[in-house]
Design a protein around this ligand. Structure first.
Ligand code: SF4
Length: 688
């Protein structure tokens, strides 16, 4: 029955699902969410929201929400008090630090957490523990964007605001399915295409936007660098170049031109399984546009050569003068999670302090050390995959995980489980008894994004306010409070009692955030970084007055194609690509506890009808998928959206266990896992 009791409170906050960062009005009635509506006039979503942000909120009051800390006793997790839980964590962390040194402890911070929580997490690890062993899940998705965009342009962010899409006369969409993973952006791309913009899609799967495209390059997974090089080759061949821009503001054209002699479309077509004519058509469609925009996603980054993928894609923007010039539309990485940009911006990374300031720089270490009252450790810390390796060898003894279900979301899950089992202490902050929580010694009940105060940074570098619409249930607490209380239990004081204090301290130590404060965000609305002073509006468009590279020029990158970590062979003849479904989010811990599950109650394996016929598999039949690392069983869904030889599935359901299969190969520059290329064998279930 419709509840007609009046709404008591409306809170404006930022969506905690994907990185688009929609502004939402959360309407509550007596402490319970009655409805969520998109905020009228919000700059990112302009009154729109998707099925996740708008409707997937009932997880906040799910029956199995954690409402008290859990500690392991006699092999079982049992409820306890905060005092007992924090005392135990503090005692065991201090003991491990004192016996084995600070580098024996590692923390995985979170894109789910606010900027202020990430700032506090890296300060806790660097000052209370004394190590740089902190990383966040950007390692698993967009670390190659940070590395690649920094190398090409000098800053680790997309170059333009989403609003510039409105001016684009051509969208080059690579390795992204925003209709499902970033729905509000997907809708805006569709609107722009329906209004006349050309669309080039590079994706192994025929997505909804691919079906609308002028050119769809259904390129073989792992062939991105070759494809982007072929497009660059054709731009040079057709002289579709921004000559003045290249002369005055870039480096590396001669080396790139030399390399690209080997990447004629006719040469690349076979390697990438696309037609040479389509490569030429794609290059000309992009190259002849006056205002092209490049939008890309995890299909570019989650590869063994993901950073090279970002750099060779950035080459296309540079060759056309489509970055850092008046009226340009730029290059935009579609950050996956709500605050994956912010978690990295805040320095929850092993090699940089907030604002991407290198931890190896003694001047910066002294500056932060003086402000924090403790020396900042010099040696860069471990990346997430290295943390797992080190836990298995005993170099790392304690894993402290904030808001990430690493046992479900990280690749090669058997290796992750081995790392968790080998650790002397596993602590996690969680909403539910996740797969990771089942391996933990202490589970601390955490607040959701609807219960937090702070900020997120969205995919186009906008700081936006997050405001609590609900109180956390039971004794659940924000990650901010948990970290402060844990520091206190370890005899330390982080000196930041409120989230606004953390933002203020971060701004005081980081030039690119110097003009950002909660007060200003409340008064003026979202602000783009860089924002260097309290009277500056923030730079929505980057690099107009020079690139942030050491020489002020954009750097073209001559990068050869290198094969992915694995290739299909006689034993594992199919390629598995993993991705997302519209109604669910990542490991599904939130969306599976909402009515969205009624729409997609289980995962299926998309397989081309020709492959299914060859295997004797009918629609709805159970199939076993085996990789070099593991095996799982799914229901087959026959689809022509995938090409023969490739299969597709998402990892939203624990029983699908997709990450038992995925690869241990990682990007050679950043360590980002190669989620997008896994050689597998598909068989009817029960067949040996
Ligand atoms: Fe939330 Fe992303 Fe949907 Fe917007 S598009 S409502 S940010 S999940």
């Amino acid at each position: 029955l419709l509840d007609l009791t009046p709404i008591t409170t409306t809170t404006t906050t930022t969506c905690g699902y994907c990185g688009v960062g929609c502004t939402l009005d959360v309407h509550t009635r007596d402490g319970t969410i009655a409805a969520i509506t998109p905020t009228h006039g919000a700059p990112v979503n302009r009154g729109h929201a998707c099925i996740k942000g708008r409707f997937a909120h009932t997880f906040t009051r799910a029956d199995d929400r954690l409402i008290a800390p859990l500690v392991r006793r006699d092999g079982h997790l049992v409820e306890t008090s905060w005092q007992e839980a924090l005392t135990e964590v503090a005692r065991r962390l201090a003991g491990i630090r004192d016996r084995h040194g600070p580098d024996s402890i590692a923390m995985i911070s979170s894109a789910r957490a606010t900027n202020e929580e990430n700032y506090l997490a890296q300060k806790f690890v660097r000052t209370v523990i004394g190590t740089n062993n902190i990383d966040n899940c950007s390692r698993l998705c967009h670390a190659p964007s940070a590395a690649g965009l920094t190398a090409s342009f000098g800053l680790a962010g997309g170059t333009n605001p989403l609003d510039d899409l409105d001016r684009a006369d051509c969208v080059l969409l690579a390795g992204a399915n925003p209709t499902e993973a970033h729905p509000v952006v997907g809708a805006r791309i569709k609107q722009q295409v329906l209004a006349g913009a050309r669309l080039v899609v590079i994706d192994p799967r025929r997505t909804e936007l691919a079906a609308l495209a002028d050119v769809h390059l259904q390129a073989r997974p792992g062939s991105n660098v070759a494809v982007f090089n072929a497009l660059a080759h054709q731009l040079i061949e057709d002289d579709l170049l921004a000559h003045d821009f290249l002369t005055e503001r870039t480096t590396g054209l001669d080396d790139l031109t030399d390399l690209l002699q080997d990447y004629a479309p006719g040469t690349v077509a076979n390697l990438a399984d696309v037609r040479s004519a389509d490569l030429i058509d794609a290059a000309r469609t992009f190259g002849r546009a006056e205002h092209p925009v490049i939008i890309y996603g995890l299909g570019v980054t989650e590869h063994a050569h993901g950073t090279d993928g970002v750099r060779t894609l950035a080459n296309l923007a540079i060759l056309r003068g489509a970055v850092g010039t008046p009226g340009c539309c730029g290059i935009l990485p579609l950050r996956g999670q709500n605050n994956v940009q912010g978690a990295s911006d805040m320095g929850a990374l092993p090699d940089v302090l907030p604002g991407y300031q290198p931890v190896t720089d003694p001047v910066l270490r002294d500056r932060f050390g003086a402000a924090w009252g403790r020396p900042v450790p010099e040696r860069p810390g471990l990346r997430i995959p290295q943390m797992f390796d080190a836990a298995i060898t005993g170099e790392v003894r304690a894993l402290h995980v904030i808001g990430e279900d690493i046992a479900a979301s990280d690749p090669n899950a058997g290796h992750v489980r081995a790392a968790l089992q080998a650790s002397e202490l596993v602590v996690c902050h969680e909403l539910f008894r996740s797969q990771t929580a089942e391996h933990a010694d202490v589970v601390l009940p955490a607040a959701s994004f609807l219960e937090k105060d702070g900020t997120f940074v969205n995919f186009d570098r906008r700081f936006q306010r997050v405001r609590p619409a609900l109180a956390p249930p039971g004794s659940a607490a924000t990650d901010f409070d948990i970290l402060n209380r844990l520091a206190s239990a370890m005899g330390a004081d982080l000196g930041l009692p409120e989230p606004a204090d953390a933002m203020a301290e971060c701004a005081s130590l980081t030039a690119v955030f110097a003009g950002i404060s909660h007060e200003r965000l409340d008064a003026e609305g979202p602000l783009h970084w860089p924002c260097r002073a309290s009277d500056e509006p923030g730079e929505a468009v980057l690099h107009l007055n020079g690139f942030a590279t050491p020489d002020g020029r954009a750097a073209l990158a001559a990068r050869p194609y290198l094969p992915p970590g694995e290739q299909p062979d006689a034993q594992f003849p199919h390629l598995l690509v993993t991705g997302r479904r519209l109604v669910h989010y990542n490991t599904g811990s939130m969306t599976r506890r909402t009515d969205n599950t009624a729409l997609v109650p289980a995962e299926t394996l998309e397989i081309h009808p020709a492959d299914a016929a060859q295997l004797g598999v009918a629609e709805g039949a159970a199939v076993t998928i085996t990789s070099r690392r593991g095996r799982t069983t799914l229901t087959a869904h026959l689809s022509r959206d995938v090409v023969p030889g490739q299969v597709f599935a998402a990892f939203h359901f624990p029983d699908a266990a997709l990450n038992d299969l995925t690869s241990h190969h990682t990007d050679t520059v950043t360590g980002c896992p190669e989620y997008k290329v896994t050689a597998v064998r598909v068989q009817p279930a029960g067949q040996q």
